[in-house]
Design a binder for this molecule. Structure first.
Ligand code: FEO
Ligand code: CA
Ligand code: CA
Ligand code: CA
Length: 639
């Protein structure tokens, strides 16, 4: 490593590098610095085995909490937790106060949305600083629970148009300014110039190879280039140029009536993506024909994409980036490869679906932010094949190559991208146990894939990468790109965790070789994040059903003597999922999304119908963002 690279490496951790270095350091050096976090480079320039930062102590200092099943938010000793954002909180100066009894769509459009999921922290005054005390929180609002939002809700067949409109406005994303005051308390800034709601009424431009495809054209958009709204935004990512990426996941459930279509390619496409033949989960088609597949057959094809937008510019038009494929997108985690290309890792969250990565054609420009605006429009999408011998390949989804030809119904790259699932299956991609979030370790450069569960896998369907039949507890795979190069087409992989209760032998849990008797029980990994020392943080979705405990937040070292030592830091409310977590730039604040508290109950006149009263001890329950910090103000992982 050159002296200059060492200086960069010592000065910037990964998160600050994404910001400050982008301004000050030429792109070649920027890429080298990124590489130095991934793998040491010898004099000849070839990457050697990955290492962690010399001198850093990755160990976690907290004592795990016991698994909890009570209502409320629990955190380990020595920490405090504060609810800083709730469903319905007013974001703008003219926003109405939250009043669930008189909720309107117009009010919801100016308030924090429902079911907060993925979040990321964007420092202020711009992405080119590393300010840990002041920033923008970008939050996905994945879905709505009308039975918890509307008192004595009348059900699918009785949803009013106003209730539908409220749900449309409760979806999407929020951008909210946050600051930490001199006393160490975090609060959100009502009326900030940056605050924004993106909803089902926000216009999105379709970009990339599928823009304008006949399969994207509708009654209201004859050109197939403009979509109203975004749906079921689950996980996401942050780009090195400071934009937010968000994945449209279970978009199918908002539509009804796919069986009305005549047999043919479109009906087959919709079946591949699970479009309901009868009623969907949501009754929106009762009030809006665009959600009735029989009336607007192409509308579902305009969802299932990665969306990108600039959180620093509230007037900017968000984009749907079709080059990244159409799946039930969980998220998109971006790396700058050593050659400057942008790599996005993505999962398709359904049983037996696949893992993907996108590699841009162009390279990252650290000097000119606008020059990166189409890096996600031109590139190659790959899907992963995991071999039983621990090797793997990235298989390109390119029209005209291999089976992706007219013989299999593909007439263009647009067709391949709109029907990504069929293309990946034809290529022989490995069928995984519900790929949720994928994240990259800033210290060892490896890629971690959360596979949340798959109880449908039979004994005959197991493979080494999905080794358990009826996989109730889920697992995490650790993937190492050849040479530590994120654009590599070959990789090695191993199982990092097989989740479960390590004290119950029948669970077959495995914790990277660490003593299973010492770890916290964990199941159903969903969102992943890393702290600056390379510890993996995991949020869970499903533990009430699998371990009979509330979901929570866990941390586990990936290197050193405590590799695999999983510990639980927090537990969330009854009925809730710990949907995501993110830290600020110096790891002193951990933001946790408490999604769907009280799910399984309902809000009625009968108190016993509700199962949670999070966060305020009353109804309605309110999905909320909680900030966890150390009473001392030191980093959450220990100083
Ligand atoms: Fe929305 Fe795949 O969790
Ligand atoms: Ca998720
Ligand atoms: Ca993540
Ligand atoms: Ca999930």
């Amino acid at each position: 490593m050159s002296t200059f690279e060492q200086v960069i490496k010592n000065r910037f951790n990964r998160r600050t590098l994404l910001g400050q270095a982008a301004k000050a350091i030429p792109v070649a050096s920027f890429a080298a610095a990124m590489r130095s976090t991934a793998a040491e480079t010898d004099v000849a320039g070839t990457a050697s085995a990955s290492v962690r930062d010399a001198g850093s102590d990755p160990r976690l200092s907290f004592t795990a909490i016991p698994a909890a099943s009570r209502d409320g938010f629990t955190v380990a000793t020595g920490y405090r937790s504060d609810v800083i954002l709730r469903w319905g909180d007013p974001l703008f100066n003219d926003s109405p106060q939250f009043d669930p009894a008189t909720m309107t769509a117009a009010a919801q459009a100016k308030q924090f949305g429902y079911n907060c999921d993925w979040m990321d922290f964007f420092p202020l005054p711009g992405h080119d600083v590393a300010n840990p005390r002041h920033g923008l929180l970008v939050v996905n609002h994945e879905y709505t629970n009308p039975e918890l939002m509307f008192k004595n809700y009348g059900g699918f067949n009785n949803q009013t148009r106003e209730q539908t409109d409220i749900e449309l406005m409760a979806h999407g994303l929020s951008v909210v300014e946050l600051m930490r005051d001199s006393s160490g308390r975090w609060r959100y800034v009502q009326g900030s110039q940056y605050n924004r709601r993106i909803t089902m009424r926000t216009m999105f431009e379709i970009t990339g190879p599928a823009a304008g495809s006949p399969w994207l054209r509708t009654t209201t958009d004859a050109e197939g280039k403009l979509v109203e709204g975004t749906l079921n935004n689950c996980a996401g990512g942050i780009s090195p140029w400071g934009t937010a990426l968000s994945g449209e996941e279970n978009f199918h459930q908002y539509f009804s009536n796919a069986s009305a279509l005549p047999d043919g390619p479109l009906k087959t496409l919709h079946a591949r993506y699970g479009l309901p033949n009868g009623n969907g989960e949501y009754p929106w088609s009762r009030h809006y024909s665009r959600f009735d597949v029989g009336k607007e057959p192409n509308e579902p094809n305009r969802f299932g994409w990665i969306v990108e937008f600039d959180p620093y510019d509230p007037a900017s038009r968000p984009k749907k980036r079709t080059a990244l494929g159409r799946i039930r997108h969980e998220g998109a985690t971006i790396e700058v490869a050593r050659n400057g290309r942008i790599v996005a890792y993505m999962g398709d969250d359904e049983r037996f679906q696949h893992v993907y990565k996108y590699v841009s054609k162009g390279t990252f420009n650290a000097f000119n932010r606008a020059a990166n605006s189409s890096l996600l429009d031109e590139g190659t999408l790959y899907t992963a094949k995991f071999n039983d011998d621990g090797s793997g390949q990235w298989l390109p989804l390119v029209y005209g190559q291999g089976p992706l030809t007219t013989a299999n119904g593909f007439t263009s790259q647009a067709d391949v991208l709109i029907n990504t699932r069929t293309a990946a299956r034809l290529l022989g991609a490995t069928q995984m146990d519900r790929p949720e979030d994928i994240d990259t370790n800033p210290v060892n450069g490896k890629v971690y894939i959360a596979l949340t569960n798959n109880t449908n896998r039979t004994d005959r369907q197991v493979d080494k990468a999905n080794p358990r039949a009826s996989n109730r507890y889920g697992h995490i795979i650790e993937l190492t790109e050849d040479g530590g190069d994120h654009t590599a087409l070959q990789f090695r992989w191993e199982i990092f965790l097989l989740c479960g209760d390590g004290k119950t032998a029948s669970h077959g849990a495995f914790f990277a070789g660490f003593d299973p008797a010492q770890v916290s029980a964990i199941a159903n990994p969903d969102n992943l994040a890393f702290d600056n020392k390379g510890n993996l943080w995991i949020s869970t979705d499903g533990q009430p059903g699998t371990l009979r405990i509330n979901d929570g937040i866990y941390a586990v070292p990936t290197e050193g003597p405590e590799r695999g030592f999983v510990r639980q830091l927090c537990s969330v409310a009854i009925g809730a999922e710990a949907a995501s977590l993110v830290m600020n730039t110096d790891d002193t604040a951990l933001f946790v999304a408490v999604q769907h508290p009280g799910e399984g109950g309902k809000w009625t006149d009968t108190a016993s119908d509700s199962i949670s009263s999070f966060p305020d001890g009353k109804q309605p329950v309110r999905p909320s963002v909680v900030v966890v910090s150390k009473a001392s103000g030191s980093p959450v992982i220990g100083s």
